[in-house]
Ligand binder design. Structure first.
Ligand code: ZN
Length: 383
């Protein structure tokens, strides 16, 4: 039966890691049964919602109904997150492939159009973090318009990948720059697109109006919009050499980009300056930035971390992910110390125990790519 108790953002917080995993597995969608609201968390629902693919229309409807019912049941408990998301999820599931989640009163995540897109709204207008793929740009723009009628004021890119910056041009064109004397359109000035300076080196084929035009090479660039401080925090040589976290301090949301990808092992793009050392340093930084809901753990509040892809996280999830990456790094390091070649390292399966969860779909390609990147980073370190 449905039980009326506040939904939890985290999943199975009081259980062990294995219980948490088991719980998630036990509720994997079979299409046969609807959600049990008493034991499925908002985030578990969000996770399903955010990973729904085109053919899963029926699934999407079930999620939307479950989410709607869940929210109805929590009404009056004083804890009403994702209210708008329920309505929008229902709409989105029937019209496009995008899903919109309200994660904080002024902060939304649009999923399904490439990278997770962060949308901060308020009286100053809209700040967008990552813009998804070029193919989904119009749909993402429409989804943003459904969240707020105010103009887009800023775009912030977390990195140079096409699925994060593909909508830059379309969204920038639709936006209106904030002028020093107040709002208003100025046809001659492009909308600011913020990104780490190195990004430009990787995006030589893009037209000028799709590129970041407010780049920075120092650790932190900040701004203050919609009543809160926004920090763009450079993370050197992690997924690439031009990654950044975007921290919304009042909303207490960090958009982490591809340094955190809950679907798989992190992609370390060695060719574009990524490194295992930088990846772990960045994950450590993310753990530091995020505050868990202590001492009142039952409240399930705390900092929300939006990964580049996959479900929303709290600090515990980031710790788990960081530990996974660190353990595999240490195993590879031991093998290198023992004089093993790359082929021998791969044969020794240093990612054992994590492949099922983070190995991506079929073939072991994701695992291979990750191990190779770790190996290359550590061999360089040794030299
Ligand atoms: Zn990505």
């Amino acid at each position: 039966m449905w039980s009326i108790k506040p939904l939890r953002f985290g999943r199975f917080r009081h259980g062990s890691a294995s219980r948490r995993l088991k719980g998630v597995r036990a509720h994997k969608f079979t299409g046969l049964a609807p959600y049990c609201v008493s034991c499925v968390s908002i985030r578990a629902i969000a996770q399903r919602t955010m990973t729904i693919t085109k053919p899963d229309r029926r699934l999407a409807k079930i999620v939307a109904v479950a989410l709607g019912a869940a929210l109805l049941l929590t009404r009056g408990t004083g804890w009403e997150p994702l209210k708008t998301a329920a309505a929008q999820t229902t709409t989105a599931a029937t019209s496009t492939n995008l899903e919109t989640l309200e994660v904080r009163p002024s902060f939304f995540v649009i999923a399904g159009g490439g990278a997770n897109v962060g949308v901060q709204v308020g009286e100053d207008g809209v700040v967008v973090v990552d813009t998804g793929t070029a193919a989904d740009a119009q749909a993402i723009l429409a989804a943003i318009k459904r969240i707020s009628p105010k103009p887009i004021r800023y775009i912030i890119d977390t990195g140079p990948d096409a699925d994060h910056i593909g909508g830059n041009q379309t969204l920038a064109k639709a936006g209106e720059r904030v002028l020093s004397g107040g709002g208003g359109r100025n046809a001659n000035s492009m909308l600011p697109i913020v990104g780490v300076e190195n990004m430009i080196r990787h995006l030589t084929k893009l037209p000028a109006d799709a590129l970041p035009n407010e780049t920075f090479h120092y650790p932190r660039k900040s701004m203050y919009l919609n009543g809160e401080a926004i920090e763009v925090l450079s993370q050197p040589d992690a997924h690439t050499d031009s990654d950044a976290f975007v921290f919304f301090r009042r909303s207490d949301v960090v958009v982490a980009g591809d340094i955190l990808d809950t679907r798989q092992f992190p992609v370390i793009d060695v060719a574009r300056g990524g490194s295992i050392q930088g990846e772990i340093a960045a994950l450590n930084r993310l753990v530091e930035l995020a505050v868990p809901s202590v001492p009142i753990v039952s409240r399930e509040a705390g900092t929300i971390v939006v990964p580049g892809h996959g479900h929303l996280c709290d600090q515990y999830d980031v710790i788990e992910y960081r530990d996974m990456v660190t353990i595999i790094r240490d195993r590879v390091r031991e093998l290198i110390k023992a004089g093993r070649s790359l082929a021998e390292v791969k044969a020794a399966q240093p990612a054992k125990g994590y492949v099922g969860r983070y190995g991506g779909p079929g073939g072991g390609e994701t695992t291979d790519r990750f191990i190779e990147a770790v190996y290359q980073g550590l061999v360089k370190e040794k030299a």
